[in-house]
Design a protein around this ligand. Structure first.
Ligand code: PEP
Ligand code: MG
Length: 534
């Protein structure tokens, strides 16, 4: 048995787990190749078909969110371009297994070197596809991964993640990996503690491990003291979760009796799977970009309608604010945003891009107007800079509503509001009185006010919502919004930062929207604030 060793990585899913250490090993079974390229090609095609079939049957047992991840893999396997290099190598004399490994290895390398974190995060999907096809080629399955263990290794594929019974506990420690990978999303959704980016670790001789997914730490061969710290952390975590769950379902009221509306932000409808609508006063921001990130290109009207309808029905009769596509800036979307802009944050993003691409915008507006018949939907425009953008968007909305009316499709015309995240709007909000409501986007408002990019580590200290100029703009928007009779909310990250809550409430703000996991904490904090004396 080896001595205690401790490693720091990147947190990918919060929480603590302890258990036997289990190395995640690649599993590629031996196979006797046929000596005939035509036969090898056929066997590879059959193995790909069989892999698609087995993914489909696995997906049918899963929740829709988990199944979507497998859909991504099916789409990749169905794309003939994936296997084409392998077929070429078979023609040149390779056997099917070697050719397939080589084709996927080349792609993995490309994805790992891509600047776009989206591609880096898809590496584990590629490895998964590699293994699945190999298993069908060789007719063997990988050994099962144990429950209640700390699984450690270079990477973990989504299908191997889904094969584990996580209800018994356990955690994941990856030498590589990415916090935005599908496995990390699954881990967060299932509350499985996970750390990534630990660097290569020699696991030999270690039998047990503790992982802290909140701070990003792995301890191998933990000491008695580590175990005591772990037990305390687990108890605190359980108490906190229990407390926050209870706090989350109570209305938010300040110490001096002022009611505050606390809504939730959604980046992905899969967050609704385990969420009780009673915890919030509605959905203050749906970042609809999730629909556009998939491998299948632009989502059609029906796909969008189903997603929006699900959220609207979940929240009804409470309001749901669907934000139109906010692509561009830190959210590039292949085939939609402009590649190579010198300064994407100041370029064609948000409503600017939607108005430049009406064929995309109108499909989204149609889907939103249809979902409006299923709940209390509001539409919100991101990155509005001049009032004319509201006029143009309203004209498109009115026109798609007229189309739906003419075609006899169930719909309603939702109110049209705006994000206040560009200083030009925050300085003179009264010029934007055509908006039905205002929602302050503190993330962008802060970066544009401080001229410091929100995604640039070297200027992170400058891009601070604590700058008095940001508070001054927010106070002004709240006051003008109240004077104009418009609802004013705040849906940027500032709302979930407890240090800002007293000043936000003191500015007159009575509505915020935060991530689902922050609702309990925020309501708790609000209960401790006295607005009249702060
Ligand atoms: C914001 O800018 O504060 C906001 C909520 O929008 P996003 O973070 O999606 O740009
Ligand atoms: Mg924004």
């Amino acid at each position: 048995m080896r001595q205690r060793a401790e490693f720091d990585g990147t947190p990918a899913a919060p929480g603590h787990a302890a258990g036997p250490l289990h190395p995640i090993q690649d599993h590629v079974a031996a196979r006797a190749p046929a000596d005939d390229p035509a036969c090898e090609r056929r066997e590879l095609n059959d193995a790909i078909e069989a892999a698609i079939g087995s993914i489909r049957s696995a997906a049918s047992d899963l929740s829709s969110a988990d199944a979507e991840i497998l859909d991504f893999q099916i789409a990749m396997l169905e794309d003939e371009a994936l296997a084409a290099p392998a077929m070429t190598r078979i023609a040149a004399g390779d056997d099917a297994a070697t050719a397939w490994s080589h084709a996927i290895d080349v792609l993995v390398e490309d994805y790992q070197q891509a600047d776009d974190p989206y591609f880096q995060a898809r590496v584990s999907d590629l490895r998964d596809l590699h293994d699945r096809v190999h298993h069908h080629l060789s007719g063997t399955a990988p050994p099962p991964l144990p429950a209640a263990a700390v699984l450690a290794g270079e990477d973990l594929t989504p299908s191997r993640f889904l094969s584990v019974d996580w209800s018994q506990g356990g955690g994941i420690a990856l030498f590589g990996g990415s916090a935005s990978s599908h496995v990390a999303m699954l881990a967060r959704a299932r509350a499985v503690p996970m750390v990534v980016g630990l660097g290569a670790i020699d696991l030999a001789g270690h039998r047990n491990a503790i992982i802290d997914g909140t701070s990003g730490r792995l301890v191998l061969s933990p000491s008695e003291e580590d175990r005591a710290v772990f037990e305390t952390a687990k108890r605190t975590e359980a108490d906190d979760n229990q407390h926050r769950r209870m706090a989350a379902t109570r209305p938010a009221v300040t110490k001096d009796g002022i009611a505050v509306s606390v809504m939730t932000n959604l980046v992905d409808p899969q967050e609704l799977d385990d969420l009780d609508p009673a915890i919030c006063d509605g959905v203050g921001l749906v970042r609809t970009e999730f629909l556009f990130y998939g491998p299948r290109g632009l989502p059609d009207e029906e796909t969008q309608f189903q997603a929006y309808k699900r959220i609207a029905e979940w929240a009804a009769p409470k309001p749901v604010v669907l934000r139109t596509l906010d692509a561009g800036g830190d959210k590039p979307i292949t085939g939609v945003t402009v590649a190579g802009e010198a300064n994407p944050f100041l370029g064609l993003r948000g409503i600017r891009l939607s108005l430049a691409r009406p064929e995309i915008f109108r499909v989204q507006l149609r889907a939103m107007a249809r979902a409006s018949a299923c709940g209390n939907v509001r539409i919100m425009l991101p990155m509005v800079t001049v009032p004319e953008e509201i006029d143009s968007a309203a004209a498109h909305l009115n026109s798609v509503v007229a189309e739906l009316e003419r075609d006899g499709v169930a719909h309603a015309r939702p109110p049209l509001g705006i994000m206040v995240e560009v200083p030009a709007v925050a300085i003179v909000p009264e010029l934007y009185d055509k908006a039905a409501f205002f929602s302050i986007g503190s993330n962008d408002l802060t970066q544009y006010t401080t001229a410091a990019a929100r995604d640039h580590p070297d200027v992170a200290a400058l891009c601070s919502a604590a700058h008095p100029a940001v508070a001054s703009l927010i106070g002004h928007v709240v006051a003008e919004g109240n004077r104009l009779g418009r609802d004013v909310s705040l849906c940027g990250d500032m709302g979930g930062d407890l240090t800002h809550l007293p000043s936000l409430l003191a500015s007159g703000l009575r509505s915020i929207s935060v991530a689902p996991t922050q609702v309990g904490r925020v309501k708790d904090a609000i209960a401790g604030i006295a607005v009249t004396s702060s």
